[in-house]
Structures are given as structure tokens and as C-alpha cells.
Design a binder for this molecule. Structure first.
Ligand code: BEZ
Ligand code: FE2
Length: 404
């Protein structure tokens, strides 16, 4: 047994002081330090540095490791030139993205306190890295393909990847899951099969949705920049689905929708009604010129996530949170900081259906310790100072083992 002691602990009831946490691979007890050391006299006591806050390990619900080799290759600024650049450079970027590149990005996430992440996997290239990293990985095997002629081949390949992720042994901490690329790129027949598969095996399900205004225009009117794109790369000029048909395909299975920046009030109300959730990626949305998700108007559980290095400059979750604070000037800053810390802990864990994300007895002993330069004067600013002053956390535990 270990007992960890920090000046503050981030609990579901807020930041508390004067308590310690006893843990093996799971959290066993939370109590005053005196009582814990009396109850567990042989325990190893770990004292965090002064001015430290013990958080549950952080959760990044949406990342694409396979694009980790991108630095300056892809075109940022507007969505369609970016998508063109992805198609044109995909093979080179994938080729340059070997295991060492992806492992190093898992480490970068870990240094920022990420102990669990949802990895969108287009080809299965990151499976070995995800098996080896100590972090919990929800591996979202992605289905893509709008052309019905290739549907069987694409679905077969997708099933093989799902199967491989189901066979990972439990030490790898991998949870198999399913991702639908987007409304514009997945044929409705394939979509239905994949949703049924997720339901049948109770797998977490995710889909990019209404990221750009070009996507909206294409799905609503069959016009705009996507028309040229589909003519150029796929020799077609009609969308395979529309917004309503796509969203309704998920009605019976709560899904993690990514972006939703261009979703209207009615669509957001539907997403809420069906108990779906949203991954909000502030930097990705800004870098691809997609707009701002009006988080102050939505009453839907959302996570803050980095997306991949194909539309970002780092996978550091604190870089993302700071960008989020700058993007959403509509919300009082300390309140927003509290919401963000919840979004990468309790809400992230609910979304990925993991038994972590809160400091409570019975949860996995996944921790991130943040050490502030001074103790804050006001308790209501603890989340804010955490976000503003943290580039890297000072300690990380996963399943009770120390990794940073
Ligand atoms: C497709 O497979 O249909 C597709 C892939 C990427 C972007 C758009 C469409
Ligand atoms: Fe994404």
C-alpha cells in the first residue's frame, strides 16, 4: 500500500486539503493523514512537493497518433486546402511516422499528465505503440469510405483491425472501440453496419461531425468546396448522406461526436436528447479555420481534446487548455478553468467509459501531480493557476505505478 499526500486533492466535491490517498493499483482509502497511517502502518508514504495538487490522471478523448510526423507539411488556415494537403501528403506523413515518433508523442502527453487517451486509428499503425505505452488507450478503429463499390473491402479491413484490437492482452490497457470518419466520407450502409457492431459488442463509438462550414454546405446542398474535392479525388458530385440521416443513425447508441462547431441549435438539442457527448478541440478548430464551438450555449457533456498533430502543434493538454481559455473569452476565466479541469477528468472518463477520472475509492490509481510556483491566495482559482502555470506535471501514476 502507498499513501500519497499533497497540499490539495481534486475530488468530486472540489479541492480539499488535509487528506491523503491510500492506493495499490486502485484507490483504497481517502482520509486524514493521521488516520491513514494508523490504518496502514506499513504503507509507503509519498509526500508531493510543496504547493502541489493531486489530480486524477488526465484524459485526452481524441487524438490521431498516426499523423504525428506532421510539423509544417500540412496547410493550416482553412479546412479545404488542409484536407487537400492531407490527401496529397498522407503517404509521406504515414511513412515518416514510425514507432519512435509515436512513442515520443505518448511520452509528451504523459509529461502533461495524460494517463488515458482515445486514439483514432485509420490503419492500425499505432497498435504496437499503444500496447507498449503504460497509458490506457481506447483504440477507435476508424471506418472510412463513401464509394459503395469499395464498401466490402473497406469493411473487411476495418473488421480485421477491430479484431486485432480485441485480442490485445489486458496488460496493454487497450479498450477496442469504433470511429466513423465523418458524414461526408462514410457510406450510410457501412455506417449502419459499424453502429450495429458497436452496439453488439458494447464498444465506445465516435465520429467527426460538422467540423467545417464546407462540410455543412456539402451535406445540405451538395455544393461548395467539397464539390470540387469529390470531383477531383472521387469522380462524384453528390453527397452520400445528409446531416439528419447521419445524426439519426446514432439515435440508439450514445456517441462521442468530435468538433460539432457548425452544428445548429436543433442538431445540438438532438445530440443532447440522445445522450451523446462532444470532443472540443480548440486549437484544431482555430488552425483549420473552422470557427468556435459556442460552449457557453451548450448543455452537453464535452471534453477538451488535442486532435492529432495533423491539426495541432503539440499534444500537451495544458497547451490545449490555455488555448481554450483564450478562445472562449465569453466565459468568466476561473469558471471556465474549473469546467476544463472537469472535462479532462470526470467527463473524459465517462466518455471513454473508463474507471478513472476521479479521486474516489475503487477508481484506478491514476494520478497527475501539478506543482504550482506558489500556493494560490484563493481556492476558487486553483484550476486557473493549474492551467496557466503548468507545462509539465511533476509526477504521474498509472494503475498505482509511477511513470514520471
Ligand atoms: C472517402 O473515402 O470517401 C473520403 C476520404 C477522405 C475524405 C473524403 C472522402
Ligand atoms: Fe480528429
Amino acid at each position: 500500500m502507498n499513501i500519497i499526500v499533497a497540499e490539495y486533492i481534486y475530488t468530486p466535491d472540489g479541492f480539499v486539503s488535509g487528506l491523503g490517498v491510500a492506493f495499490g493499483d486502485k484507490i483504497e482509502d481517502i482520509d486524514s493523514i493521521g488516520l491513514l497511517s494508523a490504518k496502514y502502518p506499513d504503507a509507503n508514504i509519498i509526500y508531493a512537493k510543496p504547493h502541489s495538487i493531486l489530480y486524477p490522471g488526465f484524459i485526452n478523448t481524441h487524438v490521431h497518433l498516426e499523423f504525428s510526423a506532421n510539423k509544417t507539411t500540412l496547410a493550416y488556415g482553412d479546412f479545404m486546402p488542409w484536407l487537400d494537403s492531407v490527401i496529397d501528403n498522407r503517404d509521406d506523413l504515414m511513412g515518416a511516422c514510425d514507432n519512435s515518433v509515436m512513442s515520443s508523442e505518448c511520452e509528451n502527453m504523459m509529461k502533461s499528465g495524460i494517463t488515458s487517451f482515445g486514439a483514432i486509428s485509420s490503419f492500425g499503425n499505432e497498435l504496437e505503440v499503444c500496447e507498449k505505452t503504460p497509458q490506457r488507450v481506447v483504440l477507435f478503429n476508424e471506418l472510412i469510405g463513401s464509394n459503395a463499390s469499395y464498401a466490402d473491402i473497406l469493411y473487411g479491413d476495418f473488421l480485421n483491425r477491430v479484431d486485432a484490437s480485441m485480442k490485445c492482452d489486458s496488460h496493454s490497457r487497450i479498450t477496442p472501440a469504433i470511429a466513423i470518419h465523418s458524414p461526408y466520407s462514410v457510406h450510410p450502409i457501412l455506417l449502419q453496419k459499424a453502429v450495429n457492431l458497436a452496439k453488439e459488442h458494447s464498444l465506445p463509438l465516435s465520429a467527426h461531425l460538422l467540423e467545417s462550414s464546407a462540410e455543412r454546405e456539402w451535406l445540405e446542398c451538395g455544393e461548395g468546396e467539397f464539390k470540387e474535392f469529390f470531383q477531383k479525388y472521387f469522380n462524384t458530385s453528390v453527397p452520400v448522406t445528409n446531416i439528419d440521416e447521419f445524426i439519426h443513425a446514432f439515435d440508439t447508441y450514445p456517441t462521442h461526436f468530435v468538433h460539432c462547431v457548425q452544428a445548429n441549435e436543433k442538431e445540438l438539442a438532438h445530440i443532447k436528447e440522445k445522450n451523446h457527448t462532444i470532443a472540443h478541440c480548440p486549437r484544431s478548430n482555430r488552425y483549420l479555420g473552422c470557427g468556435r464551438l459556442a460552449i457557453e450555449d451548450i448543455d452537453i457533456p464535452f471534453s477538451i481534446a488535442t486532435d492529432g498533430l495533423s491539426s495541432n502543434d503539440s499534444l500537451n493538454i495544458f497547451d490545449e487548455l490555455r488555448a481554450g481559455l483564450m478562445l472562449h473569452q465569453q466565459v468568466p476565466i476561473a469558471e471556465l478553468a474549473d469546467k476544463f479541469m472537469e472535462s479532462i477528468t470526470a467527463i473524459g472518463a465517462d466518455i471513454l467509459r473508463l474507471n478513472c477520472g476521479t479521486i474516489e475509492v475503487g477508481k484506478e490509481a491514476d494520478f497527475a501531480i501539478v506543482t504550482l510556483p506558489q500556493m494560490p491566495q484563493r481556492k476558487e482559482e486553483l484550476s486557473l493557476w493549474t492551467i496557466l502555470h503548468t507545462k509539465e506535471v511533476s509526477e504521474v501514476y498509472i494503475g498505482g505505478e509511477k511513470y514520471v
